[in-house]
Design a protein around this ligand. Structure first.
Ligand SMILES: [Zn+2]
Length: 124
């Protein structure tokens, strides 16, 4: 499913304020983190993505008005900027706690990243 910023905002407001349950707590990171390689993501369910294949490549520009960087726990989740602009939203199957996920592509590596979808950090 294609998600629009309003959809992400709604999911974040509805489900992002409750603490993660026992099942998904190990995945809940305030800032972007690598998805633990040893852990299955079977407990999560994909809701949709902000960027659909076939659309123009989203910008790589980042949004850090307060001097944060991409990996800061307090970095804004700015949906028009990298990397949130290419994220997928996933939810815990048990409690509905929402997460953002995207894959960082380096020259010779791929890094699956995950972050809490925290409504307080959203910039729509
Ligand atoms: Zn959960």
């Amino acid at each position: 499913m294609k998600l629009y910023p309003d959809d992400v905002l709604r999911i974040a407001e509805q489900q992002g304020r409750q603490p993660p349950c026992q099942a998904c707590a190990p995945l809940a990171c305030a800032g972007w983190d690598s998805f633990p390689g040893t852990r299955s993501d079977a407990g999560l369910m994909r809701v949709g993505g902000l960027w659909a294949p076939g659309e123009d490549e989203p910008t790589l520009e980042e949004h850090h008005p307060a001097g944060t960087h991409q990996w800061s726990p307090q970095a804004p989740i700015a949906l028009a900027y990298h990397p949130a602009n290419r994220c997928e939203v996933w939810q815990c199957r048990a409690c509905g706690h929402p997460f953002l996920r995207y894959t960082e592509y380096g020259g010779y590596y791929e890094d699956a990243c995950i972050r809490d979808l925290n409504p307080d950090l959203l910039v729509v």
